[in-house]
Each structure stands twice: as C-alpha cells, then as structure tokens.
Design a protein. Structure first.
Length: 116
C-alpha cells in the first residue's frame, strides 16, 4: 500500500487566505481570521493547515480534537470551567473533542493545526 503524507510547508511565511471576522466575538474588538494550505486527509479523517488571527477575544467551539503548534504571536486560552493557559510561539497544545472556551489573542497568532 502506498502511504500518502500530508505536509504543511513554510507555515511562518505562508500566504494566508482572505481574512474573515471571528464567528463568535466577545466585546468590541472583532478579530480577523484566515487559513492557508488547508488540506483534508480523507484516509485518516483529519484536516491540516495554517490558521491566523488578529488580536481580539472570541469563543472557541469545535467538535473535533485539535493539535496545534504556535508558530508566532501569543494568546491566552481559557477553557470553560478551567484555568487560563498562555500560549506563545514554540508551544504546542492538544484540545480535546468538544473543547469550548475563550481565545484572547494578544498579538497576531499563527499556528499550524491538525483537526481529527
């Protein structure tokens, strides 16, 4: 059987797509978000790519588990019922399925992600 690798290249320099406003903003500053290199890896039921958000506060609500590596910027993520977690360039994080909470992006954040 041939194995197919799904690769994200040069995440730090990837040209991002058209920014869109955050879907669930909190407060007056509405973050703009975009993605690059999104690929569906159907054979392993996952999606990978690069995501970026400008500063702002908004709710996170995804059904999938997500593994992310922070490429640049920093933020504080507060999971519902949990303690705030500061994330900076070089950090990696695993979000469990159905993880909800609040993103507080303090400096434009870019991350690679795997949704599965």
């Amino acid at each position: 059987m041939i194995q197919v690798l799904t690769v994200v290249r040069n995440a730090e320099g990837a040209a991002m797509g058209q920014p869109q406003p955050a879907k669930l903003p909190v407060g007056d500053v509405v973050a703009s978000q975009s993605t690059a290199q999104h690929q569906d890896a159907v054979e392993v039921d996952a999606g990978v790519g690069v995501w970026e958000s400008s500063p702002g506060v908004f709710r996170r609500h995804l059904k999938n588990r997500e593994f992310s590596h922070i490429v640049s910027g920093w933020c504080v993520f507060t999971p519902d019922g949990g303690e705030p977690v500061e994330l900076r360039a070089g950090d990696a994080v695993l979000f469990p399925a159905n993880c909800e909470g609040v993103w507080d992006i303090r400096e434009t954040l870019r991350k690679t992600y795997v949704l599965f």
